[in-house]
Design a protein around this ligand. Structure first.
Ligand code: 034
Length: 232
């Protein structure tokens, strides 16, 4: 009984997975990645466009997380701003590790490597992508792990962390059961997934340094990215 996913949890999982699949990056934007060679500046612009489109996808996904819209309005914003980078690392990691044709992943990797991102961030970033790939997460796990990342109670400026914690705990319970069902041979699979969330926090700190170094070299971002990342 303890381990079985009950009807309510199944409905919750369906809502999250549907939202996760419904909001994908527009085909034309993702296709641009695979077009011919660009300069580092053009690569940066393309990645900026991808990130902006990804933030829009993220906002739509978040609004469909059951219970999110019943949170305090300002806390909703605080959660989105606090988790955007981590959710995008998770999403782009899944894109990298998805059964995406290798030439696509190689092109995407090439573009990220040649977009003016300082080398010291490349290693941790691609190590993360590799570690996500090795987990072979099913899409339900990907969607719920993303929701868990967004519903992290200890983001800056959250006024009612208990309300966020209640929602996150519901998701964690579903994920725990799902991991046992999907990966019965791996006892600690759930623990390994949660370990990725810790890695995401480290990447998020790297990312704020990446932003600072880009701004030093006068790189421009879109208004949406400036708002969500508190830059400019
Ligand atoms: C502003 C730009 C330069 C930027 O700053 N930090 C990052 C940055 C970097 Cl590198 C790494 C990680 C996170 C960030 Cl947030 C980025 C680029 O961000 C992204 C780049 C690509 C994608 C991306 C590419 C292909 C995709 N396909 C799909 C799909 O659903 O099919 C989603 C998707 C997303 C998402 C964010």
């Amino acid at each position: 009984k303890k381990l079985e996913i009950n009807r309510e949890q199944r409905a919750l999982m369906k809502a999250i997975v549907d939202a996760y699949n419904r909001h994908q990056i527009p085909e034309d934007v993702a296709k641009k990645l695979l077009q011919d060679q660009y300069s580092p500046e053009e690569n940066f612009l393309l990645l900026t466009e991808m990130a902006t489109s990804q933030v829009q996808v993220l906002v739509e996904f978040t609004k469909n997380i059951p219970g999110f819209l019943s949170l305090d309005r300002e806390d909703q914003i605080a959660l989105l701003k606090g988790s955007a980078v981590e959710a995008m690392f998770l999403r782009s990691a899944q894109v990298f590790s998805r059964k995406m044709p290798t030439e696509h992943t190689d092109v995407l990797e090439e573009r990220v490597r040649k977009s003016g991102i300082p080398d010291e961030f490349m290693t941790p970033m691609f190590n993360f992508y590799k570690s996500i790939g090795e987990l072979h997460m099913v899409q339900e796990e990907q969607a719920i792990l993303t929701a868990i990342t967004i519903l992290t109670p200890d983001r800056p400026y959250v006024k009612d962390p208990q309300a966020v914690e209640r929602l996150q705990e519901t998701m964690l319970d579903v994920l725990r059961k799902l991991c046992v069902l999907q990966h019965p041979q791996e006892q600690q699979y759930f623990a390994r997934l949660l370990g990725r969330l810790t890695e995401l926090r480290t990447l998020s700190h790297y990312h704020s340094e990446m932003l600072a170094s880009w701004r030093m070299n006068d790189h421009k971002f879109t208004p949406l990215l400036c708002e969500i990342w508190d830059v400019q």
